[in-house]
Design a protein around this ligand. Structure first.
Ligand code: HEM
Length: 136
């Protein structure tokens, strides 16, 4: 497997994980379901999302070093990808705080903040479309 294939595989798996988490987040109804979903999302982050984000960043940085100097189009893709990576790290921190939260009001506040991180999804999609559609 080439570095480029590894980067693409990590990116696609990460997008799949984000899709599943989005469904999970939208299923919250009452305090009990909120606590359950907070714990499940927390485990998904530790076992899958955290390692995948790290892999996307490391392989992306290695590809960038190899390709340098980058074209303007690639630079916009990297910038959009970095927005996705940084906002995802913020999301993982919020998810950890929610796992530790003991009262429902705090869980609700953190859930709203976690949903807001979904605003970065278009940036990730831009990086995906440019990466697959226009770079090779
Ligand atoms: C949301 C995050 C990201 C997505 C969706 C994404 C997507 C992609 C895709 C689909 C490709 C093309 C793969 C192929 O042709 O098989 C690619 C290539 C590449 N990506 Fe990413 N990427 C992301 C983040 C990053 C980051 C953070 C960096 C740099 C730090 C980066 C640097 C690169 C480079 C340098 C290439 C190779 C371009 C070339 O050789 O023409 N990517 N990316």
């Amino acid at each position: 497997m080439t570095l480029l294939q590894l980067h693409a595989a990590a990116v696609c798996t990460w997008m799949g994980v984000i899709s599943a988490e989005t469904v999970l987040e939208l299923m919250q109804r009452d305090p009990a379901s909120r606590r359950f979903i907070a714990a499940v999302h927390g485990w998904i982050d530790i076992l899958f999302e955290g390692p995948l984000v790290a892999l996307v960043l490391i392989t992306g940085a290695m590809l960038l070093a190899r390709t340098w100097p980058a074209s303007p189009l690639l630079l916009t893709k990297v910038a959009a990808g970095m927005v996705g990576v940084i906002v995802n790290v913020i999301c993982i921190v919020l998810v950890r705080l929610r796992v530790k939260a003991s009262d429902d009001a705090r869980v609700l506040t953190l859930t709203k903040q976690i949903r807001l991180t979904g605003l970065a999804i278009p940036f990730g999609l831009y990086a995906l479309v440019v990466g697959f559609g226009y770079l090779h």
